[in-house]
Design a protein around this ligand. Structure first.
Ligand SMILES: Cc1cc2nc3c(=O)[nH]c(=O)nc-3n(C[C@H](O)[C@H](O)[C@H](O)COP(=O)(O)OP(=O)(O)OC[C@H]3O[C@@H](n4cnc5c(N)ncnc54)[C@H](O)[C@@H]3O)c2cc1C
Length: 463
């Protein structure tokens, strides 16, 4: 077996792993990254963030062209869907991005190994692929093996009809009736895609609310707006099974009529992926949720072995994985590096977008923190009127005594871009007064954040 020595071996080339590898190479380490799939970029680039956003963008263009341009004085007729081309475009976007990571590896002299990596003891990773094994010796190991979709008992997964997000990114025809199990962000985003393309979409959720973990006021408004678009919600319903029955599928729910449909998307969450990584060879034990326990340096219980991204605690988000990758290798090389989890935003790319950073109102209430709140509706924003997208609101939560911004929650046009300013405010420990005093260009949607910050002190001008 060939043997090669590196300073650092990263297992997994998702946003956590590939970013960690590049940053470590920038810091002067001799770095290898092991990835079992030919295309680099992990879940995010191949079957997650990027293909879903490509489909959201294309389906929104289709829907808008078909039914939302008349108020702008644009008459369109004969609009047709070319789903095959839409899927091809999505694949091209993905292909371009994964090739981009290959380019970055070459540029930064990160050695890539194609194959499945397994830790075989301290400082040793063995890579296996169709053509044999390579034995890598290394000072440090970063595990960045990500996550995989989970399911529920009683659901007979069958990739053709009853599948997870990966299948829902590539249906070859628009379903007549799609049932989405789970009202988290993946279910709502992919449900929106197929709704816009013409499917009837029913979302079944065990909880009495959508988007668990998001600020309640914002989630309620999200539900109302999505219902208005045609998404049907069945909340508070426990799915007890799903199976293919002839040409259709049947989703069974406790104490409710079964739902007959032609496709089922199971979007009930993701589980850390530690299969075959060799944790046992170095004595690492996973926690009750299958995650690898780490300390604030991302160190596992085994010396010189670290873990980042979806495979550890915290939200399963690409940018969180990236931040952890950077902080982890900076700590290894320089002794410094941290992630401020209060400033990690979350975005749901529905129409309108839903974005959030910091504490929710429910979390503040629960922890007894006194806060003041400013809310501004987009119907008070001139740019939103020009866009023809006046639904939604911006909510700023600030500490009652210090005025420090503790949370910002937005539902509305381009909320995903607007939330960046709020994340910077939280990272810098800004007060709502700081945000309110900063000059914002007119007419922009960002003016609503300024106004919401003013509203914390009852001084909003335009509402
Ligand atoms: C449909 C969907 C949409 C999403 N949209 C968003 C979004 O809009 N924004 C966002 O922030 N997040 C989004 N996510 C979540 C995001 O994709 C993940 O949080 C992110 O990819 C996690 O990064 P990671 O590096 O930890 O792991 P991953 O991206 O899962 O990468 C892990 C990599 O490790 C490889 N691997 C695993 N085991 C081995 C092994 N033993 N040897 C070699 N290679 C191995 C895998 O092949 C994979 O490439 C989405 C996810 C899905 C499914």
């Amino acid at each position: 077996m060939a043997e090669t020595t590196h300073d650092l071996v990263v297992i997994g080339a998702g946003p956590g792993g590939y970013v960690a590898a590049i940053r470590a190479a920038q810091l002067g380490l001799n770095v290898a990254c092991v990835e079992e799939v030919e295309a680099l970029g992990g879940t995010c680039l191949r079957i997650g963030c990027i293909p879903s956003k490509a489909m959201l963008e294309s389906s929104e263009r289709y829907h808008e062209t078909k039914s939302a341009l008349a108020p702008h004085g644009v008459k369109v007729s004969g609009v047709d869907l070319d789903l095959a081309q839409m899927l091809r475009r999505k694949d091209e976007v993905v292909g371009g991005r994964t090739k981009g990571v290959e380019f970055l590896f070459k540029k930064n002299k990160v050695t890539r190994y194609l194959g499945r990596g397994r830790i075989e003891g301290p400082g040793r990773v063995v890579v296996k692929n169709g053509s044999g094994s390579t034995d890598l010796r290394t000072r440090h190991i970063v595990i960045a093996t990500g996550s995989k979709p989970t399911t529920l008992p009683g659901i007979q997964m069958n990739t053709d009809r009853i599948g997870a997000s990966t299948e829902a990114l590539s249906y070859s025809a628009v379903p007549k009736h799609l049932v989405v199990i789970g009202a988290g962000y993946i279910g709502l985003e992919l449900g929106s895609v197929w709704l816009r393309l013409g499917a009837k979409v029913t979302v079944v959720e065990y909880l009495e609310r959508i988007l668990p973990g998001m600020d309640m006021e914002i989630a309620r408004e999200g539900q109302k707006l999505l219902e208005r678009q045609g998404l049907e919600f069945r909340l508070g319903q426990r799915v007890t099974g799903a199976r293919v029955d002839g040409k259709s599928c049947v989703v069974e729910c406790q104490d409710a009529e079964p739902i007959r449909c032609d496709r089922v998307l199971v979007a009930v969450g993701r589980a850390p992926n530690t299969d075959g990584v060799g944790l046992d060879s170095v004595g690492i034990k996973t926690d009750e949720k299958g995650r690898i326990p780490v300390d604030d340096r991302f160190a596992t219980s085994a010396p010189d072995i670290y873990a980042i991204g979806d495979v550890i605690r915290g939200s399963m988000l690409a940018h969180k994985a990236e931040e952890e990758g950077v902080a982890c290798v900076e700590r290894i090389v320089t002794g410094y590096g941290h992630v401020n989890y209060d400033a990690v935003p979350g975005v749901v790319y529905t129409q309108p977008e839903i974005a959030s950073v910091g504490k929710t109102e429910e979390e503040l209430k629960e922890s007894g923190v006194e806060y003041r709140k400013g809310v501004i509706f987009f119907r008070a924003n001139a740019r939103a009127h020009c866009l023809g997208q006046i639904d939604g609101r911006v909510k700023v939560l600030a500490h009652a005594r210090t005025d420090r911004v503790l949370g910002v929650h937005i539902i509305g046009p381009r909320a995903g871009d607007m939330i960046a300013e709020a994340a910077v405010a939280i990272e810098f420990g800004a007060s709502s007064e700081d945000v309110a005093r900063a000059c914002h260009a007119h007419p922009t949607l960002a003016e609503s954040l300024k106004e919401a910050a003013l509203a914390v002190d009852g001084r909003a001008i335009h509402s």
